[in-house]
Design a protein around this ligand. Structure first.
Ligand code: FE2
Ligand code: FE2
Length: 366
């Protein structure tokens, strides 16, 4: 693994290293009963499907500005203005830079989320009580290190634009890592953070047609992540409502509601508006209310909601909060055990395809 960090990732104002005090109970399993066959099967799959960052074609030339210029720089930009309904019409150059930065922001948050997953999974190895879950979690630790490596290389060597960790994502990762209860680590990381990432990857794949390297990266990481989310669902199935109830269940509900708000918060993209020198309050208001952005944020919960339902966590309190966020329409979608991968909702796909076909119809010079 050797690559040039041409454009280092920005470090947060608080510094390059953040220490977080965690108190956990590490658990040995001296019985090694290995009762959970579905976890063992997932562990075998994880080992068999390993890949290396060096399998990717790093010689691919990535010129995101050119790709975006072809897509939204010309006449199709009119449609983009229409579709996004921005606070003021954007010039061709602004549309290009907006797309470039939105993309860099999203990929950067994936990178930081991956580091969170690396730390959280290492914690799961220690805290989960069953040996077979420790085995699987250990294989996931390696997956997550590879994901950090690949996104970091892509951002610094290829894309050249990146963002530091969003404060809302950092707050959520801190909560997940600080909590001593093993099931909350699963719930926060495997069900919420990775569930959201899985849905967002589907969108990246759709939006980044024309950039083969990020397509390849996304497809490989998505395959890993769908196993990780399935791990969370298998591990937590039969826990809520059976082993955990009453006040303890209430605490899990609170956690889901609070974490869902934090996840949505980072999708408002304040740092992008700041970097572009646009009026942040105006644009955050826009991001909150414009139908396209609302659709995008909702879409990222399309796997989380059915998974919570399967775990018995779509309780009346969570249901009420999700109702307010208009997320209940995903409750009858397939969960991660019924369908490991995830598809973006049809309406969003149609909008994007419309935009892409308009830009392709313009006959751009190569
Ligand atoms: Fe990952
Ligand atoms: Fe993961």
């Amino acid at each position: 693994m050797k690559y040039v960090q041409k454009n280092p990732v920005p470090v947060p104002a608080s510094g390059a290293f953040a220490e977080l005090r965690t108190t956990i109970d590490a658990v040995f399993d001296w019985e090694y009963a290995l009762r959970r066959q579905n976890l063992l099967a997932l562990y075998e799959k994880g080992k068999a499907l390993n890949w290396n960052a060096s399998d990717l074609d790093w010689a691919t030339e990535v010129d995101m500005e050119r790709i975006m210029r072809e897509r939204v720089g010309g006449d199709a930009g009119g449609l983009m203005n229409q579709l996004l309904n921005p606070p003021r019409p954007l010039s061709a150059e602004e549309r290009v830079m907006f797309q470039v930065h939105m993309n860099a922001f999203m990929l950067s948050q994936f990178l930081h989320g991956e580091q969170g997953a690396l730390l959280a999974t290492a914690k799961i190895v220690e805290t989960v009580p069953w040996a077979e879950a420790k085995f699987y979690a250990a294989s996931q630790v390696l997956d997550e290190a590879r994901h950090v490596e690949v996104y970091h290389r892509y951002l610094t060597e290829k894309l050249g634009v990146s963002y530091g960790v969003h404060p809302s994502l950092q707050a959520l990762l801190d909560d997940i890592l600080r909590d001593p209860r093993w099931d909350l680590t699963f719930l926060g990381m495997q069900i919420l953070v990775e569930g959201l990432a899985l849905a967002a990857f589907g969108l990246v794949r759709l939006m980044m047609t024309g950039e083969p390297l990020v397509q390849d990266i996304t497809a490989r990481i998505m395959a890993d992540e769908s196993r990780h989310v399935a791990f969370g669902v298998i591990a937590l199935e039969n826990v809520y409502g059976r082993e955990i109830g009453g006040q303890e269940l209430r605490e899990r509900e609170d956690f889901v509601i609070e974490a869902s708000h934090l996840l949505r918060e980072r999708l408002l993209m304040q740092p992008v508006f700041e970097r572009l020198g646009w009026d942040v309050p105006t644009w955050v208001e826009w991001a909150k209310h414009t139908p396209f952005m609302i659709g995008f944020r909702q879409m990222t919960f399309s796997k989380i909601v059915p998974n919570l339902k399967r775990l018995g966590l779509l309780t009346p309190r969570v249901r009420e909060a999700y109702g307010k966020m208009d997320l209940l329409r995903f409750e009858d979608w397939k969960d991660s055990l019924e369908e490991p991968e995830t598809k973006p909702p049809e309406e969003l796909v149609q909008l994007l395809l419309q935009m892409l076909s308009q830009s392709q119809g313009q006959g751009h010079p190569a």
